[in-house]
Design a protein around this ligand. Sequence first.
Ligand code: HPA
Ligand code: ZN
Length: 322
Amino acid sequence: MTYKSMPKVELHTHLEGCAPPSFIRGLAKEKSIDISGVFNKDGTYAYRDFDNFLQVYEAACTTLQGPQDFYRLVKAVLQESAAHGVVYQETFLSPDFCGGGDLAAWRDYLAALETAAAEAEVEFGITLKGIVTCIRHFGPDAAKPAAICAAETFGDFITGFGMAGGEMVGRPNDYAYAFDMAREAGMPLTCHAGEWGGADMVADTITDLKVQRIGHGVNAIHDPKLVAQIADSGIVLEVCPGSNVFLKATGDWADHPIQKLRDAGIKVTVSTDDPPFFGTTMTDEFDMLAATFDWDSDDFKALNQTALDAAFCDPTTRAKIA
Ligand code: HPA
Ligand code: ZN
């Protein structure tokens, strides 16, 4: 059984992290950029651990040098996602990689991203929305211009604000100014927490950044009180099991906490994070959930509904996808 063609809603992807290796190699060749060290001999992305993953990710990003490159990236990524049945995808976009946090430059990148998304919707039948993210290991000062870019472009395509990057850098409260700015602009919020940090990181993220969703959040499982609190609050977890298993953030599939989190009444969703980096696809995620936890098509329908309800898009878009 494969769940390849089942319609899917995916809330947690990083745009550059979805780039097929061949796409990045093609850009590097066109521009004569040396990205040796980014790939293994077999053509897959090469890195040792999460910190090194972030370095290799940023090295791959050096090939993306203007709005037109991001236009091409969006087309390549959405073609691939649609091939796995994804009908609605949210992706993290970083002004740091799109104009270095400058608002005028960000607007130029955004125009190209939106054009590509609109074309892909017609060509591949997939809807894309963007969540502007600051990058935690770039520090709180860099988070502010990212939040300004987010607040100034919040609308139909940019639907939320969040934070990615090295989770163990600083504490959530260090980034409260940026999250406050986005919240005051009316934006829904999400933040990576509890992938590498413990349950305390998830708790502080909820308290200090007042997010509606948590990226990963799986380490909440170690604190039963927090698990109950998340279930009561309706905060949604963007769980990425294939990413967690590949990076060894959790144990193997059989030990992954997604089933326990779901059984405790937490709203869980499933995403691929950075699919070619972690050797996964939405088809693989669904197939592994079916094989490991016996999830059937009713479970996947419920999973999709949870994701659709938690999507940051406007009600008209949500109704169109449903
Ligand atoms: N986690 C955190 N930050 C990231 C990731 C990720 O998987 N991908 C790109 N930035
Ligand atoms: Zn992520």
